[in-house]
Design a protein around this ligand. Structure first.
Ligand code: 4AD
Length: 434
């Protein structure tokens, strides 16, 4: 006998008004008022209220409904009604309940729990309406990202996860053994994406990256997902235009497709509606001047910390690009400004409302000689990067790219306090479970 008894999802009940449907679902919550029981049901696609009226159902249906506890699983059959007063717009009048399991002692109750408790029960916490909304928005953001690049002639390319050398400095590498050799979990696919851009023109990758950073902040994950586009024959200026179009597209898509989820999260939608290209740009020099005038003790040549980024971002309603950072604090591969080699052709995009840097990008060094010099300055073995040098040796071209941190973007669009809720199973400084 088939186990597939479901004839509609909660999301699809709108197509079944006046009909009887069977839905596989869980009990989220329950309320009783005399001879009526109100069941709050969820099936992953949405939430709906089902009403059991004692005088209208056989005794065993009333009894089954009475037994249901939080997170009990069932097939429920009922007729679909439009109900303007309910959040979903529909309600189910229950005709039959087939219990799959009565759940005992579900650990997450409607009362307040501490974050550590919820994180220990992350595998169950995902069922909560807010957590579901975040994951639905995350999935929509991923779709919007892929659509943006696919529609513009970019090819999706997958860089390796296990790498023999570093991309973003050697201090936060995850070390592992690769048989007899040393290997590291990737910090960024960029160097490989540069090779792919020389083969395919415009490319992007989407994959997990790892940083053994001892940072316990609301913006840092140990394992996070990055989108890394790389474009041949594209300079710094053109790359910034792609970035602002890209972020506008992602935010507007979420506004179009995920209204209900944004409402569940209590997100201020008017703030997101303002996210339309072009975005403001300031140079690192201007940012330093602003910070100093605002009373921060900040010497030229240092990198901004979270409070500095927040102070700068507060001046704007849209994301802001900070461009032309000092060469000394940026990665070895960034191209110096030909008019002013002490700064590089790079930009960080800082999200509004204190969410910090969501994109880091730059034009890359294309001159083989300068690249060799940089390897020496950064004490990187030119042997390990031989293949990377080849890209400058055999038909070098100007090229640029950037990396978007998915979780920080999700945190900003959802309006979440902490990046830990943006990924199903966060890897944090002191958390590897579940
Ligand atoms: O600025 P980052 O380090 O840039 C790169 O890795 C470049 N190779 C990308 C490129 O040009 N292809 O990181 C890019 C983005 C940051 O802006 C941030 O959004 C995110 O990755 N990020 C993190 N997100 C969560 N937790 C962390 N520990 C992160 N570190 C970086």
């Amino acid at each position: 006998m088939s186990e597939t008894k479901t004839t509609s999802t909660i999301h699809e009940v709108k197509n079944h008004v006046g009909q009887s449907v069977t839905i596989g679902c869980w009990l989220n919550n329950k309320r009783k008022s005399g001879k009526i029981q109100f069941l709050q049901l969820r099936d992953g696609t949405g939430f709906i209220q089902a009403v059991v009226v004692k005088s209208e159902v056989p005794e065993e249906v009333w009894e089954s409904a009475t037994k249901l506890t939080q997170e009990s699983s069932m097939y429920i059959t009922g007729s679909v009604r439009e109900e303007p007063r309910s959040k979903s717009g529909f309600e189910l009048t229950v005709e039959h309940v087939e219990i799959i399991q009565i759940t005992q002692d579900y650990p997450i109750t409607p009362k307040e729990h501490g974050v550590d408790f919820l994180m220990d029960h992350r595998h169950l916490w995902l069922r909560a309406p807010r957590q579901r909304a975040v994951l639905v928005i995350r999935a929509e953001i991923i779709r919007a990202i892929q659509q943006f690049f696919d529609d513009r002639g970019f090819q999706l390319v997958d860089p390796p996860i296990l790498t023999p050398s570093s991309c973003e400095g050697t201090t936060n590498l995850f070390h592992t053994k690769y048989f007899d050799e040393d290997a590291y979990l990737t910090q960024s696919g960029q160097l490989y994406m540069e090779a792919a851009a020389m083969a395919l023109g415009k490319v992007y990758s989407f994959g997990p990256t790892f940083r053994a950073e001892k940072s316990k902040t609301r913006r840092h994950l140990i394992e996070f997902w990055m989108i890394e586009p790389e474009m041949a024959f594209v300079d710094h200026e053109e790359s910034l235009r792609v970035q602002e179009q890209f972020i506008s597209h992602v935010v507007q898509t979420v506004l179009n497709k995920c209204r209900a989820e944004l409402e569940t999260l209590g997100r201020d939608i008017s703030k997101l509606e303002k996210i339309q290209a072009p975005f403001p740009r300031i140079t690192y020099d201007e940012a330093v001047e602003f910070l100093q005038a605002a009373g921060h003790e900040f010497p030229w040549g240092e990198d901004f910390g979270a409070p500095h980024e927040t102070a700068i971002a507060e001046k704007y309603e849209k994301p802001v690009f900070i461009t032309h950072y000092p060469t000394g604090i940026k990665a070895f591969y960034m191209k110096p400004d030909p008019n002013r080699p002490e700064v590089v052709l790079c930009a960080d995009m800082i999200a509004p409302e204190g969410y910090g840097e969501i994109i880091g990008g730059s034009q890359r060094i294309d001159d083989p000689q300068l690249m060799e010099e940089r390897f020496k300055e950064h004490e990187l073995s030119s042997e390990a990067y031989q293949w990377y040098m080849d890209l400058r040796k055999y038909g070098t071209v100007p090229h640029s790219g950037f990396g978007l941190g998915l979780e920080r973007t999700v945190a900003w669009i959802c309006g979440l306090e902490h990046v830990r809720e943006t990924i199903p199973f966060p890897r944090l400084l002191y958390r590897l479970y579940p």
